[in-house]
Design a protein around this ligand. Sequence first.
Ligand code: NAP
Length: 330
Amino acid sequence: MNKSITLVKRPVGMPTLNDFLIVENKIPTIRDGEILIKTTYLSVDPFMRGKMRDRESYTPPYQLNKPIDCSGIGEVIESKNSNFQVGDVVSAVMSWSEYNVGTDLTVRKLNHELPYTTAQGILGMTGRTAYFGLLYKGQPKEGETIVISGAAGAVGSVVGQIAKLKGFRVVGICGSDEKGQYLINELGFDAVVNYKTENIRKALKHHCPNGIDIYFDNVGGDITDQVVSLINFGARIVICGAISEYNSAEVSVGPRLFPTLLNKSASAHGFIVNDFDQLRSEADNQLREWVLQGKIKSKETIIEGFENTVPAFLSLFEGGNVGKLLVKVN
Ligand code: NAP
């Protein structure tokens, strides 16, 4: 049998285990051109929270009582597609299921060059988000200071490493001292701010003596209000995510930021990683090269067990991960 996780209720506020159900169906049969994949790793991502609401977005909402779409890694166990052999390891568009069906359009074969899990992290969607967001939207210039919120997560930790590689001053904001130590000692960040224990504004003033030229925003909310109050003339704000607001039942209200952008001749750009699909191979090749050269590090937090997929997803909103969060299924 094939276990899948379905959404049975649209969460209001922070999702709970009761919003989801594990169901069992027969293992799917495949047709010509398809492969059957036994899932080994499932990705859990903050953007999935947005798809649990019944509203228009850049990607359609999840349907109730249907397996939740995601991406993941698995092994081909049956193939009716000459491009894939039994035993191949693939990165694929999947659902939160133990078995998934793939086609040429949804599956990419992996080689042994780097650990397979990197395909869902630094060499996957979150790595590309960091690359395009920083280099194309942030437009960094020599000598600049960049502040990153959600700095120890999948996207933030790669943004910081690329920024260090390019020679910028990098200050990360994260939710624990352990994460902060990791960012400084392992990834080479210049300074960190623990937003749960420090006065963010005061700490940033201290760590950014030349002000803030780029703010890479993964979290939104109060943290962002405080960072934006310190931006330099001509600063760029890269609006990548707003995880602090994803569970809000109401539209959050904060300081109005447009006057600051005006007075500082600054810009704020939202973006979706898919905007850069045409340039995908550029990011994939560059990130792969940097990882192989040891210039940037890959980090994943792995939660064991298919049954723990929903708790793993919920832990994203409580800072349960460093780097990319994945669930190991088998
Ligand atoms: P992640 O950062 O690996 O995981 C989420 C992290 O957010 C947690 O570990 C937690 O770290 C932090 N967090 C959770 N609730 C918070 C809160 N209320 N205030 C401050 N920090 C909070 O996730 P990710 O996959 O790398 O994604 C990061 C952001 O980028 C998300 O907002 C996501 O939606 C967005 N994103 C956007 C795109 C795009 O195309 N624009 C693509 C991928 C991801 P702490 O311990 O530090 O709190």
